[in-house]
Design a protein. Sequence first.
Length: 135
Amino acid sequence: MKISCNMKPAILLTLLAALGTAQSAFAADGPLLNFPLGALGSDKEILVLEINLEPGQASQPHRHNGHVFVYVLEGRVNMQVAGGELQTLGPGEMFYENPQDIHAVSANASDTEPARFLVHIIKTVGAPVSAPASL
């Protein structure tokens, strides 16, 4: 689901905080934020990662087994869940996938420019960030 918004990352983090090492399709330098969400149950946490994609870089189909919110910082990325519409997102746009979705397409839309986005994942404590999936 494509969400156009002008919500600043700090506002998004505040909103998620009010609600109360991992494998990834792309390499991340490490979590920007990782804390328990007790209001959602003692076994839930939020993990925030910054993902940098080289021109043309893409991942294989995978599943996150959590609620995933992608916020594009720069460049353009192609995102699609199995059975959903392919979306091309630019800076300030968001993408959501639910725990049952298979992330069929996650790719830099450009063969010449890098792309960068934040990923916010609400998941079970200790669960892997992603796992391979078949279409």
